[in-house]
Design a protein. Structure first.
Length: 180
């Protein structure tokens, strides 16, 4: 599927991928849920996130925390408090450390709580996206605080695209569990 470029495609793609992600998560066996994620034997999986996330909770919390970034960023800027998408101490070169912080912050969060939080934040992001017109979401220059991109691209990146990322990781874990 191509990257959404309209409000309709954004909402449809985000909800569709969220439903697929939910079905994948709900299909996981006890063994798959209990087995720690380990991609160390796969030379193609060297990016930091492959070693960062140790279980399903870590992946779901990652999605939840990125939803919070989006929700807080839009709320602040729409109320006149201009700020960057990433928290002040991070930039696009150092955000990996922020992701590690998210994982560390939630080590005592249960899987059930992670699932509940993600469902709620997905609904909040979809509700927020729906408040904007197609032009507000996908016309460059509409909001100065978005920079050279579009607001819609941030929604796509934090929903449909991010859910794709999570599904690929979970499917790789499930595959690993089958060969153990």
């Amino acid at each position: 599927m191509s990257r959404a470029a309209t409000k309709t495609d954004l909402i449809s793609g985000a909800n569709s991928n969220f439903e697929k992600l939910t079905m994948l998560v709900n299909s996981m066996t006890e063994k798959e849920l209990r087995t720690p994620f380990d991609f160390s034997r796969d030379d193609m999986k060297k990016e930091a996130h492959w070693s960062r996330d140790k279980n399903l909770r870590d992946v779901l919390i990652h999605l939840y925390e990125w939803h919070q970034l989006l929700l807080n960023w839009v709320a602040a800027n729409m109320s006149g408090n201009e700020r960057s998408f990433l928290p002040e101490s991070y930039n696009w070169k150092t955000y990996g450390a922020m992701n590690v912080g998210f994982t560390e912050k939630h080590q005592n969060t249960s899987l059930d709580k992670a699932k509940e939080s993600l469902v709620k934040s997905h609904q909040e992001v979809m509700k927020l996206a729906d408040t904007f017109s197609n032009e507000e979401l996908f016309s460059k220059g509409t909001y100065k605080w978005v920079g050279g991109s579009t607001l819609g691209s941030y929604f796509v990146s934090n929903t449909a695209s991010h859910y794709d990322w999570a599904m690929k990781k979970i499917k790789a874990h499930i595959k690993n569990c089958k060969v153990m």
